[in-house]
Write a protein that binds this ligand. Structure first.
Ligand code: FES
Length: 297
């Protein structure tokens, strides 16, 4: 089966949607039930504190540890028993890493829809299956009598986690989950460009305007003008269709990320990357924007 057929087949699996319809609202409800603490935990799991998605960084731990275990298991099978403790320790380290990867991945998955959600669901199920195989393997490795079966389960788990990692890679490189969607900063205006007549933006309003090749969100709040990139960094949502909040921030209409209008920083995820901010001025009745001088090279 080639890659195109594989992803088409996955996209046709209705049961993945049914499962997503049950699990996704339950996970979101659990975060919401935690109130402010739940929101902070969710933001931390997305990687807001890191300014980068946390999940892909953590997945290196189980994949790396279980690769090490596969090599050491192979050496043990070749009669080099001194590698036995190292292999078992690598399986255990991978299990701890898999737990971290699972919770961060689950949080990120709540910000996906349609095909991305289906792929994410299958990715998570494969990784959960691999984790179960490794956990059983660790138990069976303790006894000489069952150690061989334990090593066999680990080999099977390695195949399953590799398939899961393949889908994870497709989610990032093919479906652009976890990629900054704010656009190519090379085309951001370095000099002021007029984008709108001043009287066309009233208090409490937001507008999508174009500055050269870039879409910019203009907002007027509490008498001040703000300008940040219009395309949401998370998955490309149109911020002007979202909500202008009282605390000078904007909520994306697609998955609810909130960005400060003052500096473009992430207030709430799932986004982890900030929105580029623009300088704004009014000249001859026109609102003009440009990249802040500090970012002009
Ligand atoms: S596109 Fe997902 S929060 Fe904006």
């Amino acid at each position: 089966m080639n890659q195109k057929t594989l992803f088409y087949t996955i996209s046709q699996q209705e049961w993945l949607d049914t499962a997503g319809d049950t699990v996704q609202p339950a996970v979101l409800k659990a975060f919401e039930a935690g109130g402010k603490a739940g929101r902070s935990i969710k933001n931390a799991l997305h990687g807001k504190w890191l300014g980068h998605p946390l999940h892909p960084a953590i997945t290196d731990v189980p994949v790396g540890a279980w690769t090490t275990a596969a090599v050491l298991d192979g050496l043990e099978l070749m009669g080099k028993e001194k590698y036995t403790p190292g292999a078992d320790a690598a399986v255990a380290v991978g299990l701890v890493g898999a737990l971290g990867a699972a919770v961060t991945g689950l949080a990120d998955w709540t910000g996906t829809r349609k095909e991305r959600r289906k792929l994410g669901m299958l990715h998570g199920m494969l990784n959960a299956g691999a984790t179960a195989l490794y956990a059983t393997s660790l138990l069976l490795r303790r006894r000489k009598r069952t150690r061989g079966v334990g090593i066999g389960l680990a080999m099977l788990g390695y195949g399953v986690v590799s398939a899961g990692a393949y889908l994870g890679g497709h989610l990032v490189f093919g479906k652009q989950v976890g990629v900054d969607h704010t656009g190519n900063s090379a085309v951001y205006p370095e000099d002021f460009v007029a984008v709108l007549r001043e009287d066309e933006l009233e208090e409490g309003q937001m507008r999508c305007v174009e500055a050269g090749e870039v879409k910019v969100l203009l907002a007027r709040k509490n008498g001040d003008l703000f300008a940040i990139a219009h395309t949401c960094s998370h998955l490309g949502g149109p911020l002007s269709d979202g909500d202008l909040m009282d605390n000078c921030s904007v909520r994306c209409p697609w998955h609810g990320s909130v960005f400060s209008l003052e500096d473009g920083s992430v207030v709430d995820g799932p986004a982890t990357e900030p929105q580029p901010k623009f300088e704004v001025r009014v000249k001859a009745g026109q609102i003009e924007v440009r990249l802040p001088e500090s970012e002009n090279k």
